[in-house]
Structures are given as C-alpha cells and as structure tokens.
Design a protein around this ligand. Sequence first.
Ligand code: FES
Length: 171
Amino acid sequence: MRSPAPPPPETPLPSSAEVTRWLSIGELATRSGVAVSALHFYEAKGLIESTRTSGNQRRFLPVTLRYIAIIKAAQRTGIALEDIKAWLQPYQSGRKLSSSEWARMSAAWRDQLNARIELLTRLRDELDGCIGCGCLSLAHCPLRNPGDALGRQGAGARLLERPLGTAYPQD
Ligand code: FES
C-alpha cells in the first residue's frame, strides 16, 4: 500500500547566512547512531543531501539529523524506502519540517501501519489454527477448509491472507 503524494513544503529554504553549522559525515554518524556506510546509502538513494567542501568532503546541515531519525523510525515500522523518499524529498536542502507537516506525513503512513499491525496480530493469534493453506494437517482443517475448498478460491493461505478487516471464521 502506497501513501498519497506529499503536499508542497510550508517552510522556505534557509539562506546561506542562516546556516551557522555544518556536520561532517563522521559527526553525523556519531550523533545519529547510523554507520557512515548507511549514510552513504541514504544519500545515494536521495533520502539525505550533502554539499561538498573545496576539498570534496561532504558537509550536512544539522536538520539532516532530524531526517535520519524519521528515516530510521519509518524503516523500523516497515515503511518502504520509496515512500520515505517521496515524503522527505520536498523538504531536503535544509528545510525544517513543521509539526503540521510531520502530522500529515505520519497520517499518510498510518493506514500502512494499521494494516501491518492487523497482519502481525493475525500471525500471532491464528497461526496455531487452520490458515487455509491447503495442507489439511490440523485437526480442525476439515471444519475450516473441508476438502481444501478454499484452494478453489485461489493460491496462498486463504484465511491468513483474507482481506483486512474481515474476521476469522468461527465454528
Ligand atoms: S492449516 Fe493448512 S489447510 Fe488448514
């Protein structure tokens, strides 16, 4: 499930006079707790941006730490990198994310999170029952899936993969 496209940013780009501090990649790694190699990966994927010194060393705005925190949190909850990128890209180059923008971003991800929570809850609660996979290996499979009737509806574990929001069939 993809989230909707992000709205345009509310805050302007900072002027060069407003930028008083730059971080090296080592400082960014130390403060964020993310390995330098992962920061290179994020940059290559367009999730964070840097500028270069005359000696070709990367320099990052401090707000990059906030983006990294968002990326880490979103990744932990299983949000796809393309989705994270789509939402963060309009705010790159040092724009600060306002609380209302963060609220819209998290609301856009809420449906995906709720879907994941429901699937994980099913795995936890239903994996010791018949999941309609066609194996007919449990004592109650004949009740839930007599003669593998569910297999005629399509492939996969038909009960485990049923549409979100539908209840597990009762006896
Ligand atoms: S658990 Fe596989 S068909 Fe019931």
